[in-house]
Design a protein around this ligand. Structure first.
Ligand code: PLP
Length: 364
């Protein structure tokens, strides 16, 4: 294996070496197929087995109750911003959105373009640095659903509990913390996540949808954008993202067999995040965390430093130690360490070490 850097990219992001090795082998030959995973029909037996296994492993890891379908769609999570209102927002209804960051706002903008959308809470005035309290949510009376972003990848704020939606279907964009910890799927109408952070590679988006919602889908939607049609065809209305589904299956296997499931994964993730947040807390005059303490993300740790020059110097020092892609998104600035499932603890420890040394050298 080549010398690998510690890759803190927000996505596409680091993958487990074991999964990369298996994917590499399957590019030559999918075990038992006598051909590459890239060469076989999506309607062949070997691919059907991969597809079934991916769904079964997701069901097992997330303890998905009966009455939910799993779809593997294309177009990324961004297409879900469009499909959701197209499929579920009726003419006399309003769609409620909690805006805790850039992605929630994008999802809202898309709903507003397609129908009536309402902001249930907006964190923009505080630069999306924290979450709403339960009593702060402003629900509309005729809501078709309530949408929120479980983890805002750019700002680094993550819900610590599930927002209350009453009898309204709750829809969760869990793109950047999918499979990082257990979730109670039974509380949701729809959970969706693009794969390229915690669940594999770009090109496939997992959509877990409660079956009764499929009955709300209006007739005559473009077929590719129709949840009901996609469910009826088991995501095989057209050629699905075959390789993406394969890698997602490998990730699930890795989570189950090598990590020990989502509780174990959550414990590892908590420890990794603690290593960095402890430095932020110990040197809060130098490392200024973007997220309020009660809203901190376990996946994307974001902070500013006393000057942009110091931030640039820090990024250079990080690169010298093979710690890459730590630059914060331009809307927040500073540093962002994305520490998804596959980031080894040793990578986080190396970053922590640098932070402590850099502070010693530069703090006044
Ligand atoms: C929380 C969240 N939602 C949605 C998206 C958009 O995903 P895609 O690029 O797959 O459309 C991203 C991508 O970074 C994200 O982090």
């Amino acid at each position: 294996m080549c010398a690998r850097v510690y890759n803190f990219s927000a996505g596409p992001a680091v993958l487990p070496v074991r999964v990369l090795e298996q994917a590499q082998a399957a590019v030559m030959e999918l075990p038992g197929a006598g051909a590459s995973i890239l060469e076989i029909s999506h309607r062949s037996k070997p691919f059907a087995a991969v597809h079934e296994e991916a769904k079964a492993l997701l069901r097992e890891l997330l303890e998905i109750p009966s009455g939910y379908s799993i779809l593997f769609l294309q177009g990324g999570s961004s297409l879900q911003f469009t499909m959701l209102p197209m499929n579920l927002l009726g003419e006399k209804q309003t769609a409620d959105y909690i805006l805790t960051g850039t992605w929630g706002k994008k999802a809202f903008d898309e709903a507003q373009r397609l129908g009536s959308a309402h902001v249930a809470w907006n964190g923009k005035s505080d630069n999306y640095s924290h979450l709403p309290a339960a009593q702060d949510l402003d629900h509309s009376s005729n809501a078709a659903y309530l949408h929120y972003t479980d983890n805002e990848t750019i700002q680094g704020v993550e819900f610590q509990s599930v927002p209350e939606a009453g009898s309204i279907p709750l829809v969760c964009d869990t793109s950047s913390n999918f499979l990082s910890r257990p979730i109670n799927v039974g509380r949701y109408g729809i959970v969706y996540a693009c794969a390229q952070k915690n669940a594999g590679i770009a090109g496939v988006t997992a959509v877990i949808i409660r079956d009764d919602l499929l009955e709300r889908v209006p007739k005559n939607l473009p077929p590719m954008l129709d949840y009901k049609l996609q469910a009826e065809n088991d995501s095989l209305y057209n050629t699905p993202p075959v390789f993406g589904i394969y890698v997602l299956m490998l990730i699930c296997k890795w989570l189950k067999n090598e990590v020990g499931g989502l509780d174990a994964m959550a414990r590892l993730n908590q420890e990794k995040a603690r290593l960095l947040y402890d430095v932020l807390d110990a040197h809060s005059d130098f490392y200024r965390g973007h997220a309020r303490k009660d809203s901190r993300s376990m996946m994307n740790v974001t902070w500013r430093m006393p000057s942009e020059e110091l931030e640039a110097e820090f990024l250079t020092a990080a690169k010298d130690r093979n710690l890459i892609d730590l630059k914060g998104h331009r809307s927040v600035g500073g540093i962002r360490a994305s520490i998804y499932n596959a980031m080894p603890q040793a990578g986080v420890e190396a970053l922590r070490e640098l932070m402590l040394e850099f502070h010693k050298q530069h703090a006044k």
